[in-house]
Design a protein around this ligand. Sequence first.
Ligand SMILES: *[C@@H]1O[C@H](CO)[C@@H](O)[C@H](O)[C@H]1NC(C)=O
Ligand SMILES: *[C@@H]1O[C@H](CO)[C@@H](O)[C@H](O)[C@H]1NC(C)=O
Length: 266
Amino acid sequence: MYLLLLLTLTLFPLVMWCQRTDGSCLISNMKVFKNNVVFTLPGLSRCTKHICRNGKIEVYEHACDFEGQCYLANSTFQLRCIVYKCMVQMMPLARRTQVALLENNCIDMFGQCHKPGARFPVHKDGITYGSCTCKTDLTGNRINVCKTICEIDGKVYAENQTFERDGKPCMKYVCDHGTARVIEAGCLFKNKCYPPGEVINNQCKQFKCVQKDNSGYLTFEIEYFQASCMDDKGVCRSPGEIFPYKQYKRCECGVKGMVISLSCLS
Ligand SMILES: *[C@@H]1O[C@H](CO)[C@@H](O)[C@H](O)[C@H]1NC(C)=O
Ligand SMILES: *[C@@H]1O[C@H](CO)[C@@H](O)[C@H](O)[C@H]1NC(C)=O
């Protein structure tokens, strides 16, 4: 359905004009326009262009004057996610320009347009709402209806409620205006959570909790970091260190990647 927004009635030029032998046009305020020159007529819409053709003034181009801009007849244009069309109706002594509203869409926090029913994030009063839907209000305007509850992985969480996902106990989230916001992140190792960057010692082997960015989706994984040798008392010995081991007096710890070796002299 069309919604008429702006109507401009333009009467055909009532200005006097006069045909001259060289094909130029003279209008009432004594202005002369040469043959084939395009101009606007004083007192009429600045968006309607006229042309002088062999001494006669003709309409060259119809356009709608809308919010300080001219839009050509029959063109569609978009302003703040609303699509309009400039329509011109010819009448016996006048023409009517009207700007019709074709499509009314919602605008998101990035300035992107969304059709009714679409879901997208919105930034409002300093708060980011993760899940808003484009709807129509009682007056026909498009509005963003934003959720404050979180619907995640098929479950519903209230605002400020904390929760886990995918059975990962080291990742904690809070429901923040429709979005799951990470509040605690880390790696699980032997039933304990470790924050990213922390080195974990386990039987002279060291592991690290590493944060990885898989194209915007953060994961936290345990990675092998480095190893050392373990002597017969359970003490960790660094690579290159010499120490007694069982019946041997001098053993040297050697580490290559994940392979640990002891070279001993009796
Ligand atoms: C606009 O479209 C109508 C109907 O399709 C057509 O008759 C008219 O000539 C068009 N006007 C312009 C200026 O293109
Ligand atoms: C959620 O927490 C914030 C900050 O602690 C608080 O200002 C807000 O009122 C809380 N909202 C609800 C619905 O409990």
